[in-house]
Design a protein around this ligand. Structure first.
Ligand SMILES: *[C@@H]1O[C@H](CO)[C@@H](O)[C@H](O)[C@H]1NC(C)=O
Ligand SMILES: *[C@@H]1O[C@H](CO)[C@@H](O)[C@H](O)[C@H]1NC(C)=O
Length: 311
């Protein structure tokens, strides 16, 4: 009797373990579609006040109005239907200009760009604008259309029924459970905001512009990236003196693209055709040294002093 009970218990335990495993593997891919970042309002408002108070104390932005414009853009649309135009009021609330010669654009070099911008303090990236600063690393979307109360069939835009329109739009909230992937939407709320922010950023670029590309991947210059599809077209040859390209590879490689090779050559052709002056470097010492900070023992990081310890 005792033995049978033990066998049954073991059986149940292993079935439970299997189910748990199955459940976990099933759930894992779903987890990839995170919902709206928790506390998003506090984070965005906090970053906004931080920016106007400490980062750029001379700026005059209305953080409350910025939040209202953001909320309006996101919550009035279905979660896959937030186009760049819907953020018009938001971007109108945060006009910005940057000093010339400081613009740094990048593609697939996020970590290195952060390190570079931290060292070359004069450089300005999208993440240093108020929009980039506030929304960096955040996710957001509204609840799916079908979970909302439907709009009244007629007259919801009419004068008499304004009250209804307001109550119908205020039903929606951020979806903290899950958000669609970028690729699943025609107009993804996060993608649209970054598209518009990138466009504005590139359009105000002037003087010398630095572009930091990743030479360790195929297509360092990718026409589908934010740089290739939005920023490059936004640059104005009348305002930009030079586009200075820097191609950085990982210390360990692979060494796939460089100035004359692969998609970087395509970029140079496009720049030339549009009348830009340009330079290109694929052996920038500072970019190598920044990577060496994380891997000081790497042979690419040895200096003369290391190789001749007696001197
Ligand atoms: C290049 O891209 C790869 C893959 O995304 C990344 O792991 C690597 O850090 C990038 N290298 C540089 C120099 O940014
Ligand atoms: C702009 O870039 C060009 C080419 O690299 C360089 O000769 C010039 O000194 C740069 N000007 C400024 C102000 O950085």
């Amino acid at each position: 009797m005792e033995r049978v009970r033990m066998m049954v218990t073991n059986f149940i335990t292993s079935v439970a373990a299997c189910l748990l495993l199955l459940f976990m593997t099933r759930v894992a891919p779903l987890r990839a579609h995170l919902g709206t970042t928790p506390n998003i309002k506090h984070i965005v408002m906090g970053r906004c006040f931080n920016y106007v108070t400490l980062v750029k104390p001379d700026s005059r932005f209305d953080c409350e109005e910025i939040w209202r414009a953001f909320e309006e853009a996101v919550l009035r649309q279905a979660s896959c239907d937030v186009a760049c135009e819907h953020y018009r009021r938001l971007f109108r609330a945060m006009p910005q200009t940057g000093a010339c010669h400081r613009f740094l654009l990048w593609s697939k070099t996020r970590k290195l760009t952060q390190d570079y911008a931290a060292v070359a303090r004069h450089l300005w990236t999208l993440e240093d604008t108020l929009a980039g600063y506030m929304f960096n690393d955040l996710i957001w979307c509204s609840q799916q259309e079908d979970s909302r109360r439907p709009l009244p069939a007629t007259g919801w835009r009419g004068d008499q029924s304004q009250g209804q329109a307001v109550s119908a739009t205020s039903v929606s909230d951020f979806d903290f459970g899950s958000c669609p992937e970028w690729s699943a939407c025609l107009h993804h709320p996060v993608h649209s905001l970054w598209r518009q922010a990138s466009k504005n950023f590139a359009e105000m670029a002037c003087g010398n512009v630095t572009v930091l590309l990743n030479g360790s991947i195929e297509k360092a210059f990718n026409r589908n990236s934010m740089f290739g599809s939005v920023e490059l077209d936004g640059l104005n040859p009348q305002r930009v003196h030079y586009v200075n390209i820097k191609v950085a590879t990982n210390l360990d490689g692979p060494f796939i693209e460089s100035c004359g090779r692969g998609s970087v050559a395509d970029l140079i052709h496009i720049l030339q055709a549009r009348g830009f002056r340009w330079t290109c470097s694929d052996s920038d010492r500072i970019l190598t040294m920044l990577q060496c900070v994380h891997k000081p023992e790497h042979r690419a990081c040895r200096t003369c002093a290391d190789t001749h310890p007696g001197i």
